[in-house]
Design a binder for this molecule. Sequence first.
Ligand code: TMP
Length: 211
Amino acid sequence: MGRGRFITFEGGEGVGKTTQIQIARDTLERAGIEVVVTREPGGTPMAEAIRELLLAPRDEPVHQLTELLLMFAARAQHVHGKIIPALEAGQWVLCDRFTDATYAYQGGGRGVPRQRIELLEQLVQGDMRPDHVILLDAPVATGMARARARSVPDRFEQEQLAFFQRIRDCYLQRAQNDPLRYHVVDASRSLDEVSQQIADLVGDVVRNLTG
Ligand code: TMP
């Protein structure tokens, strides 16, 4: 039994990550692979407590460094307490967002310099990076409409369209820079079409490892 694979799902608000992670899980389980599904910020009890701090709307302005450090505090707990042990046990980990979200939201969205994020990434993760990043991409207005119809907006969802446009641009730029690891999926298509592409993509990853 080898080390498991680490696959992350990224994208703006309302792009359908949760549904597509379930499709990926089903595809892997049908291939006989043990799967752990998790999310960021969160994934362990303590990291979920940090998530609540991060998402709660509040009157006090949240400094960008506070937000950045809390994201990485949650990540440290999650990576070392859950993700690495699962991968070492041969399980595959599907994670709803990871450090690409920090580059996109705190970097692109809030304007934190990339070098600061790189520093914390190295500190918390060492050389650990996702094996594959599936980027669900949709026009910002489409995703925001879906997200707002779903629930009361959290602290991030209360931001303006321009914030989410910078996030989308940042994600697409990162995908363009590393096309072997990033898979961009057009999430504005029908649910059936997107789900089929996710199942095909995940199936390809499995075949490339076992074929
Ligand atoms: P979710 O709604 O997809 O569960 O994500 C929670 C929010 O946290 C979402 O608005 C994106 C944001 N986020 C960041 O700003 N930086 C990060 O590193 C992560 C993981 C999430």
